[in-house]
Write a protein that binds this ligand. Structure first.
Ligand code: NAD
Length: 535
């Protein structure tokens, strides 16, 4: 092997297993990687095809598990979990042999007789940590890139989406080479222990606070990371646009998966005149999509609970949280509204809404409409009305809600919403919208709507974000030809298609020289003399 075993495994001395339960696994995968078996195109292709079979065979189970874990609408699950993953797989299989080829580069005068190229090499043993909101897509799409690049991989799916986690843990290993790929399950304690090991690359998708924890752990081993994080994605709507189309495209992006999408438009920026036009148009779009009572709609998702994880069925009613659950150890004072489970999502959602009601005292006046859920916002009994929305399964059927005239200082403008609520912040001009965007953390996605291409370009040129989509929402992430990733607080690095392959490949700069032509080297050898260069 290229590395001594102790360094390769990262295992401490002494009772290694109890101190570091994953050391043996990491060491085994590293030995497989060092054997070179993952390098040939045929091997990688066979593993990728096996991932395709996993998706085909388990499709029905996946749709049922995501419905049970997250209240996911089957059509949305099929589109986001299955179709987009297969699309990525198809793109990768189609192009892999080309991507793997050495890239010839320009040579200098001194190396013009030689061979200079970039070799795309696997990093080694890769760790992929995934979140719960798209529990298949968000481990599988990076896994496709890591396998394509010839790495050995440990996948750590989210413990929040329990049934999906089980399908991955019990089903996936039988499709892949067990010497090179493994699934580790668990929550914070397990992930913490896992992160003590030396990996060659870590790919993390999740929240910015946990991203910091992962990056700190990686720094100990100088392990490179990709961090796919979240944040508040602005959506600017200029005065010149087709309001009906804008409303439909925004409503789809905001309310897909009940708003639990990292690139969902988080808030709208527009003039007061446009706000007046948008509110009825959004109401119409929402009613068109989900009917007058979205709670009854089979096409409207749920705010994820964890009833299927066995952790908290009934805890909402009792007002108690399961002990040992990582969410209970996080701040109970979060004003976050959405399903991001710092607390039980339902509890968090309710307490977030309560806080907004009582904390600012006046936000109720800002509710432009709340389709099928008007009573949430009565001054009395907000909590009990919300509880009436709790499904027997412990999911929250949160009503699509649009808030008007929201102030930048309002609680809802402080954190990623991750739920079906759309605040509108009024600005007076495109310049003011740009200043507003630039005064905040750089988002994962940024949207700009205008029938004037100059306005879309103006927003594009004067702002910074992970990705950008003009005149639509979410669609940019469906293209494997575009890099997907954040910047600043929304993440580090990129993936999808060739960008994934490159992310998981070390680009090794190589020069192969011939043994002859030695007189050409004479000028560089001591004793040094300008004359040797003919100066
Ligand atoms: P999370 O950060 O709480 O958890 C993500 C993963 O990290 C899980 O597997 C979890 O087990 C693990 N984890 C959690 N706490 C940990 C700790 N203290 N130490 C070690 N590991 C820990 O995120 P989440 O709630 O599962 O997902 C929602 C977040 O993910 C949102 O912020 C959303 O915007 C973001 N997200 C980003 C993308 C993207 O592509 N950029 C995609 C989906 C979700």
């Amino acid at each position: 092997p290229l590395l001594p075993e102790s360094e390769a495994s990262g295992a401490p001395e002494g009772d290694a297993t109890s101190r570091n339960p994953y050391a043996g696994l990491v060491s085994h995968l590293r030995a497989s990687w060092l054997s070179g078996k993952t390098r040939p195109l045929e091997y990688r292709t066979a593993q990728l095809e096996a991932l395709g079979r996993f998706l085909d065979d388990k499709k029905q189970q996946i749709l049922e598990a995501t419905a049970s874990d997250l209240g996911k609408v089957p059509f949305e699950a099929e589109l986001s979990e299955i179709f987009l993953s297969k699309n990525e797989l198809y793109e990768t299989l189609k192009n892999l042999s080309r991507w793997m080829k050495d890239e010839q580069v320009d040579r200098t005068l001194a190396t013009r007789m030689d061979s200079a190229f970039i070799r795309k090499e696997p990093y080694g043993v890769v760790l992929i940590i995934a979140p719960w909101n798209y529990p298949i897509h968000l481990f599988l799409v990076p896994l496709i890139g890591a396998v394509a690049a010839g790495n050995c991989v440990i996948v750590k799916p989210s413990e929040m989406s329990k049934k999906t986690e089980r399908i991955v843990a019990e089903g996936l290993p039988s499709y892949l080479d067990k010497d090179c790929f493994a699934v580790v399950t668990g929550g914070v304690p397990e992930t913490t222990r896992l992160l003590e090991n030396k990996f060659d690359y870590i790919f993390f998708t999740g929240s910015p606070p946990v991203g910091r924890i992962v990056m700190t752990a990686a720094a100990k081993h100088l392990t490179p990371v990709t961090l796919e994080l979240g944040g508040k994605n602005p959506c600017y709507v200029s005065d010149t646009c087709d309001v009906t189309n804008v409303a439909r495209r925004v409503a789809w992006g905001r309310f897909f998966n009940a708003g639990q999408t990292c690139i969902a438009p988080d808030y709208l920026l527009c003039t007061v005149e446009m706000q007046e036009k948008l509110i009825p148009a959004l109401r119409e779009a929402i009613t068109d999509f989900y009917g007058p009572n979205p709670r009854e709609s089979p096409d409207f998702g749920r705010i994820a609970g964890t009833s299927s994880s066995g952790g908290c069925r009934g805890c909402c009613a009792a007002g108690a949280w399961p002990s040992g659950d990582r969410r209970t150890r996080r701040s109970a004072t979060s004003v976050r509204l959405g399903g991001h489970p710092r607390l039980h999502p339902c509890v968090e959602y309710i307490s977030g809404l309560e806080k907004i009601m009582t904390g600012t005292g006046c936000l109720a006046r800002k509710v432009a409409f709340c389709t099928g859920g008007r009573s949430w916002w009565d001054d009395q009994g907000v909590l009990s009305d919300l509880r009436a929305w709790l499904m027997p399964s412990c999911f929250l059927a949160a009503a699509p809600t649009v808030l008007a005239d929201v102030q930048p200082s309002d609680p809802i403008m402080q954190e990623e919403i991750f739920g079906p609520i759309l605040p509108i912040v009024v600005i007076t001009s495109t310049d003011e919208a740009i200043d507003f965007i630039n005064s905040r953390e750089r988002p994962l996605a940024l949207y700009a709507f205008s029938s004037d291409d100059k306005v879309v370009n103006q927003v594009l040129e004067r702002t910074s974000s992970g990705g950008f989509c003009g005149n639509d929402t979410l669609m940019h992430m469906s293209m494997p030809s575009l890099p997907f990733g954040g910047i600043g607080n929304s993440g580090l690095g990129r993936h999808h298609g060739k960008f994934s392959f490159d992310t998981f490949s070390h680009h090794r700069g190589c020069l192969k020289r011939g043994m002859g032509w030695e007189p050409l080297n004479a000028p560089r050898y001591p004793p040094y003399s300008q004359q040797k260069f003919g100066v």
